[in-house]
Ligand binder design. Sequence first.
Ligand code: NDP
Ligand code: GDR
Length: 337
Amino acid sequence: MAKTALITGVTGQDGSYLAELLLSKGYTVHGIVRRSSSFNTERIDHIYQDPQQADRSLVLHHADLSDGVALVNMLRDIQPDEIYNLGAQSHVRVSFDAPLYTGDVTGLGSLRLLEAVRASGTDARVYQASSSEMFGATPPPQNEHTPFHPRSPYACAKVFGYWATVNYREAYGMYAVNGILFNHESPRRGETFVTRKITRAVARIKAGLQDRLYLGNLDAVRDWGYAPEYVEAMWRMLQRDEPEDYVVATGRAATVRQFLDTAFAHAGLDSARYVRYDPKYERPSEVDALIGDASKARDLLGWQAQVRVEELARLMVDADVRQVEDQLAGAGVRIDR
Ligand code: NDP
Ligand code: GDR
């Protein structure tokens, strides 16, 4: 029989790719959408199905991770086989400005969802979107046994969500797993994360729409992978007989500066001409280096990253160049290459 899944954060980068993946596997997918004063479903508009359509396979619900009762009621109705908790205030820098909100949604939100699973009597398997940010100040390489040392309110909230997930597995025998995912990007990445900020700026500079790009710390080291591959790992984690936690990463390191130079060079531009420093983008406490060891995911899930950071930078630049050209064409402006 076809399976049913619930995705919190379905309107985000990962949620949109995961929804596509699950629909392609024949799942009925339910997703939580936050109430907003304007449309916030752009990333899933291409798979949207009208509420009037019979036998819908994608069903959206207004709910929020801060509203535990709504979560219980929804789960009681849906009775999903699998739940993917991807909803979060996911921006590390913003979490210093909105620490309590981040703690509530990103940390307590995961506990509300776990409690809602219990209260609604569903025996759904639960995936928790844990993060390499939990390792924080602990030097690389990082794997499932590396101690956590969070460096932001966001990372503290994710550590809470991680342990709540482990605890519900141990206390109630729940099938609940943590995917400890390192940075993963795509053309659908939010515009204020550094990779997309860079590739979008490259496209806009090339089109003459922008002449400066302001950034913070260029020396941070990250392990950047390609988001569509990472949602496949999430799904594989929930198909195993035993619930376990997994690191998902490429194992390769790059600095922000290297990503920047690759992206600008791909468009034939010299980054030094356009990039300026703004301390506003520094964090009060930075995470210097994250490089994952995903051997467990390779051995048990048969998962390995394919796209490398250079290719990732180039495909994101290409997508942003196309998007800017489409926008300008829509406005009747021609761009000479
Ligand atoms: P995004 O920021 O793109 O998406 C976050 C999603 O959460 C959006 O759908 C957002 O809704 C939703 N959301 C925010 N607040 C609430 C709330 N109060 N109630 C319900 N939903 C809410 O994140 P990503 O797709 O990049 O990441 C998915 C998850 O994985 C997040 O939990 C993130 O912290 C975690 N993660 C991400 C990594 C990455 O590199 N991308 C790495 C490791 C972990 P809206 O669209 O309305 O804003
Ligand atoms: P990160 O991603 O904090 O790793 O969290 P982000 O792209 O925001 O920052 C990466 C590194 O780039 C440096 N940086 C800047 N960052 C931003 N956003 N804007 C800038 O202008 C800028 N200049 C330099 C940062 O200091 C940092 O070192 C992401 C999120 O998706 C989390 O939700 C997720 O858990 C982790 O990845 C793994």
